[in-house]
Design a protein around this ligand. Sequence first.
Ligand SMILES: [Zn+2]
Length: 109
Amino acid sequence: MPKTPETKNYVRSLARFLRRSIPARGHVRVRRVNLGKHYGDSVPGMIWLNARASVSSQCDTLVHEWAHQLVPVRRVEHTREFWIAQGKVYQQFLEWLAAYRIDDPREEE
Ligand SMILES: [Zn+2]
């Protein structure tokens, strides 16, 4: 399941949507790699998602890591400002689902 083209397309589509709808300060690259037990990671301008995770996990992690792009800090800090940003990104995630008429992938499992 994890490495299907469908998963890749979902994640790419969501990344494209976020770049347009809630842009970060610069271009953000999204790579899907094997991260072992971790769901994702990011530094300014770069997000890594675990390609072995389910499509729902990858989309959820992309929302989280995108919020880090909006509120960059040196260390991973989940400040109040961060959670407000994540709420805004999540709202765009819902817009993406509606715009593409995709069933919520979280209901697949
Ligand atoms: Zn985080």
